[in-house]
Write a protein that binds this ligand. Sequence first.
Ligand code: GTP
Ligand code: MG
Length: 422
Amino acid sequence: MFALSSGPPPAGVAVIRLSGTGVFDIVRRITGSRRLPPAREARLRTLYRPADHAPLDQALVLIFPGPNSFTGEDSAELHCHGSPATVSAVQAALSALGARPAEAGEFTRRAFESGRLDLTQVEALSDLIAAETDLQRDQALAQAGGRLRDLAESWRDQLVALMADIEAQLDFSDEGDVESAGTHAEALRAGPLAALAASMATALEGAAIAERIRHGLVIAVTGPPNAGKSSLINSLARRDVAIVTPHAGTTRDVIEVHLDLGGLPALLLDTAGLRETEDPIEAEGIARARARASTADLVLDLGPGGNVVNRIDESGDAPGFHSGRLHISARTGAGLPELEAWLADWASARIPSGEPPAVTTARQQHLIEAALEAVRSALLHRDPVLMAEDLRTAAHALGRLSGRIDPEVVLGAIFSRFCIGK
Ligand SMILES: Nc1nc2c(ncn2[C@@H]2O[C@H](COP(=O)(O)OP(=O)(O)OP(=O)(O)O)[C@@H](O)[C@H]2O)c(=O)[nH]1
Ligand SMILES: [Mg+2]
């Protein structure tokens, strides 16, 4: 299979990736040479159309023999010139040579299936491709390196050891050993099992922060029509994302803008001006504005009693914080540096610096919660048989975390989020 892995043409360079059995043969045929480049070293080669041997492009060609490749299979990359004509001609040549276009996420899926990545790393790669701020990148990169995988593996190893221990004790007590399995279970409760529960609970603590890092803190701008909400959004975004007119009731749909607040991600929402209206379209916009504002992490209210006062170019008020409100002019930009500094402080108070959290997705959080619940239930049992049963449940949840034992539908949903070529 093959895919264009770089951005859409035209571009300076287009990277076409290939993976699977027979890839090296295809590279030999498209370059018209028996000689492959040395592993993982780029060589300049002419690419030819198989039908008539017409030259298509001069490209850098690299090969990555399996299993030491991203997918674990024999793989190759063709770095072509990035014009639409070159890319489609090379792709047509690859199809003529028997390769087929890859599906979305198929390279990553093969990496998962060959055991090069576990499911938490797959999720991290998806986040890494989507990362817009430094913090999102740091979090995704740490996860892609296998941080949660290693943690979950150590939990699973501990569970397996504890289960083996309990089984052994049960066998002994069958033989009439002096130490009863029940007393042994008591010791586990006080020691390793309690430590395991504590470690899982600590990992879960960062989940809410990780969620904020992934999706961004949500900031809604609200206020009456014509307050200057869309003007403020455009100034903060530094581009013309929202329509601004002197007409009251301009904005209808909620408009979302990604902001980088000193490396911290935020999602800024422009909303319809709040007022009584007969117009059903505007009324729907206002209902949506209210709904989004009610779940936002912060509301910048440009209304009469709100926390932001706009139009100081008209009122003559001084910019910045005074009388408990922030004074700005969306038109002249006065007070906006103060607003941006305040937003960056506000965001950093909500997203503490330091180690990025280990648990980053709702799926991971859900499964670790399930494992923790089973371990806590095990802590309550006197009967070692029931205790072992709970530990098995916990180990199963952790197996799903890594994707070892997840049903096809779950895997399909995760990989379909990837773009083609990854
Ligand atoms: N003088 C002055 N005019 C402003 C300022 N901010 C916005 N305006 C003007 O006020 C009008 C309305 O601005 P918008 O940004 O569209 O207001 P809005 O709150 O988004 O309005 P709706 O979408 O209708 O709810 C436009 O003509 C803007 O140019 C400001 O700080 N000073
Ligand atoms: Mg508006």
